[in-house]
Design a protein around this ligand. Structure first.
Ligand SMILES: [Fe+2]
Length: 349
């Protein structure tokens, strides 16, 4: 609610982009998802608004149609969110969520962690949309540990050939797509210690005529950032964000390197700097790990597996630390630029 406090109802209901939901949909969906899993599944209670929930199903209602749906708006929306939260707290009072609980939904509080993560991930999606709102200033400070300045020519770290443990262990919260933890054999590789900077990306555009990142505009000899209606000069020392996978892949090839695979990224993570300003595109398609089991529902990750999406690792300035696990896998289509995503380069050693 702090994120949307500066906005009026018209701005909450408006369709800003076919790639992103109206903010009112995100808000109702967050509450409806909480109602579905905590109030109904765990608490065994009836829905507050009957069949309304189907309009908040993310798979049934793709982003480009969400502005047309008969969703809750304005005061009615805020009242529904408050009612759901009150019921959630009531259910929590009477529920067992310890390590010994038999129901895997409740063991270690899994479903509560899932709902927190879901809401925090939607906050990041909402911040993607808020890039389109003139004059918007996020109320919250940046979450990420960066943006530290990054050198234009990065130093690389070498990772020896060998087996690496990839993915989340059996305990604690993680999504189904991060499990099971398994061994992956990697050839020796080099990976840059830091992500690609805006300055390096400008050099790439000048040398090749490549497209600029989203929200960049030419201004005289330089480039400016026009997100949130601003006209701020590009800081050449910050990591580049708002580039597509195609742009990231093109940049890496131009330098004679390549994108790291997601396994290389995870294996090298302890030695990498500059994580936290932008997600990092990898060369990997979003696929199931060997022995994958969908839990607790197929539509979180299983329906996205295949060749269409590329994996991103790390986190961005808009990612809550609770979401930024070393094993967390983000994914999107290779042409998309609305996410806060950049890259770092790798090559065979
Ligand atoms: Fe969602």
């Amino acid at each position: 609610m702090a994120l949307v406090e500066p906005l009026d109802d018209e701005q909450l209901n408006r369709v800003w982009s076919p790639l992103l939901s109206p903010l009112a949909w995100d808000l109702g969906h967050i509450a409806n998802f909480e109602e579905l899993w905590l109030v109904r599944r765990v608490g065994g209670r009836e829905p507050l608004r009957g069949e309304l929930g189907r309009f908040y199903d993310a798979i049934e209602n793709p982003r480009k149609v969400r502005g047309e749906l008969p969703i809750l708006r304005d005061e009615e929306l805020r009242a529904y969110m408050a009612d759901v939260r009150q019921r959630t707290l009531d259910v929590l009072e009477g529920v067992e969520i310890g390590a010994d609980v038999e129901d895997p939904l409740l063991r270690d509080g899994f479903v509560y962690e899932m709902l927190l993560a879901h809401e925090l991930q939607h906050n990041e999606t909402m911040l993607q949309l808020l890039q389109l709102v003139d004059g918007y200033v996020p109320l919250r400070a940046e979450f990420g540990s960066s943006p530290d300045a990054v050198p234009q020519t990065p130093e690389a770290v070498t990772i020896a050939a060998g087996e690496h443990s990839i993915g989340a262990g059996p305990r604690g919260f993680a999504y189904d797509n991060e499990r099971p933890r398994h061994q992956v054999e990697l050839d020796a590789f080099e990976i840059d210690r830091i992500p690609v900077s805006n300055g390096a990306y400008v050099s790439y555009m000048e040398a090749t005529g490549a497209e600029p990142p989203l929200y960049w505009e030419r201004d005289g000899d330089g480039w400016i950032d026009t997100s949130r209606g601003q006209r701020a000069p590009i800081d050449r020392d910050l990591p580049v964000i708002h580039v597509s996978w195609e742009q990231a892949d093109g940049f890496a090839r131009w330098t004679g390197k390549r994108l790291p695979s997601e396994f290389e990224w995870e294996a090298a993570r302890e030695q990498l700097d500059g994580i936290g300003h932008g997600w990092e595109w990898t060369s990997s398609h979003f696929l199931a790990y060997p022995g994958f089991e969908a839990f607790p529902y197929r539509e979180y990750s299983e329906v996205f597996f295949g060749g269409a999406h590329r994996v991103l690792r790390g986190s961005s300035w808009a990612t809550h630390p609770r979401v930024a696990r070393p094993t967390f896998r983000n994914w999107d289509l290779p042409q998309r630029r609305q996410i806060f995503a950049g890259l770092r380069c790798a090559r065979n050693a």
